[in-house]
Ligand binder design. Structure first.
Ligand SMILES: Cc1ncc(COP(=O)(O)O)c(C=O)c1O
Length: 460
């Protein structure tokens, strides 16, 4: 938030309760990451100083969310907390059926179990890793059709998350019978947290209508996307963010949601849609693995906290601060000459490891080398989004990812500007020593989503 006439952005909240951090030495961090097989997912969080691994479930809940938790009703069926949650979801996403799940990937597993299967093709602007994995697990093919600018980390485009509408039309013309649903990820996490414009969503809707296809949103960061629309899309500047969200929802037939992002939850998700028959099939699967449809793997108190979070996230002071503070980190890194993906996205700054470490070939994982160096240097935990995450294909081949990124994801309302100033210093320090960094090889990996558990060994 900024006050008129002043330059400083400040957090639009006061700190009400604090968590201590444990300071560590470089030697302790070196030992911790070595023991973790150089996989930052395996490092104990207590050994991390600034945890930018993900913005998922790591946000700070508000006083009013903690208060809402006290309203949680834990009835197995028909809990009042479910209806509070359902109504808060419908306030923004007025879908007929709202089905809670324990997190986003549970919603994905259910929808793709119903709609996917061998021979099917699911287009998306860019599948997130769990989305891709859940599509592929059913035997279907996940196809990314983001605009060409998105593949260039330095191309300037206000809506780099947009779908290539002509490519979508061509795919539906060629293989329409195999496409059960079209997905749009807002904002586009794997492509750099980049927004999708309303105009693009309208165009995708038209193509889906022309081919008689369902359109679903993977809407984890819907509020950040709406704020970018308000700031960047002609004619949107005076609109209420919640209103923009409702327009986005009106263009879709349904959605998956990880409520660990914009809905400000530490856990949660949902699946929503209008089609009765599809909803029935999804509910049946939900009962099998998640729970009864009025709680879906969540406690009543979680549902209450999410309902309150949904009201808070569309607040303009919050969104202005959120987007500006992410840009603050990105702009400082740019000034320091650290290559990042531009424009800066909503929830994260993505370091461009390929540009920073041109001497490390993609199959020696430059992103992993950079992420490990940030941790050893300053205890900053980040996440490789490159060949480690996307390089292994279902047929067993390994191919370099289109981008080698390291994501500094910013948990919501958790860190202050001085924490970010420290992160900037750590990145500058590592960038100065970039030429000394060496690559990694993987010595053990799972068949899918290998980045979570892979074991690495330094090369050289
Ligand atoms: C765009 C996107 N879709 C889906 C998911 C999966 O959500 P969850 O982690 O809650 O399973 C994520 C999580 O980061 C995401 O960013």
């Amino acid at each position: 938030m900024t006050s008129p006439g002043f330059r400083t952005i400040f957090e639009p909240f006061r700190i009400h309760s604090v968590e201590p951090m444990r300071m560590t030495t470089r030697q302790q961090r070196h030992d911790a990451v070595t023991q973790a097989g150089y996989n930052l997912f395996k490092v104990h969080a207590a050994d991390v100083l600034i945890d930018l691994l993900t913005d998922s479930g790591t946000g700070a809940m508000s006083r009013d969310q903690w208060a809402a938790i006290q309203h949680g009703d834990e009835s197995y069926a028909g809990s009042p907390s479910y209806y509070v949650f359902r109504d808060a979801v419908r306030e923004l996403f007025p879908f007929e059926h709202v089905i809670p799940t324990h997190q986003g990937r549970a919603a994905e597993r259910i929808i793709f179990s119903v709609l996917g299967g061998a021979g099917k093709v699911v287009p998306n602007n860019t599948h997130f890793d769990t989305t891709r994995a859940n599509v592929e697990y059913t035997g279907a093919q996940a196809v990314d059709l983001v605009i060409a600018e998105a593949r260039d980390p330095h191309a300037d485009h206000p809506f780099k998350g947009n779908m290539d509408v002509a490519a979508l039309d061509a795919l539906l013309t060629e293989r329409g019978a195999d496409v059960p649903v079209v997905f749009m990820t807002i904002t586009n996490n794997s492509g750099g947290g980049q927004p999708v414009s309303l105009a693009n969503l309208h165009a995708v809707r038209e193509v889906c209508d022309a081919h008689g296809k369902l359109l679903f949103l993977d809407a984890c960061r819907f509020a950040e996307n709406a704020w970018f629309i308000r700031e960047r899309e002609p004619g949107q500047a005076d609109r209420d963010a919640a209103d923009i969200v409702r327009e986005m929802a009106s263009l879709a037939d349904g959605m998956t949601m990880s409520a660990k992002k914009d809905p400000m939850g530490n856990i949660g998700g949902w699946l929503a849609m209008n089609d009765d028959e599809l909803a029935g099939a999804c509910r049946n699967l939900l009962i099998l693995t998640e729970g009864f449809p009025t709680y879906g793997g969540l406690a009543g108190r979680d549902l209450e906290a999410l309902a309150q979070g949904l009201r808070e996230v569309v607040n303009h002071d919050y969104l202005r601060y959120r987007i500006r503070s992410t840009a603050y980190l990105g702009e400082a890194l740019q000034r320091a000459g650290v290559p990042i993906l531009t424009p800066v996205g909503g929830h994260a700054v993505y370091l461009d490891a390929r540009s920073l470490l041109p001497h490390i070939p993609p199959l020696e994982y430059p992103g992993q080398a950079l992420a490990v160096a940030l941790y050893e240097t300053g205890g900053v935990r980040s996440c490789e989004i490159g060949t480690v995450m996307f390089g292994r294909h279902p047929d067993g081949t390994e191919v370099p990812a289109s981008l080698e990124l390291v994501r500094l994801a910013i948990p919501r309302r958790t860190y202050t500007q001085s924490h970010m100033d420290f992160v900037i210093e750590v990145c500058e320090d590592v960038a100065r020593r970039a030429g000394e960094l060496t690559g990694f090889r993987i010595v053990d990996e799972a068949p899918a989503l290998r980045h979570f558990t892979a074991v690495f060994e330094p090369i050289g």
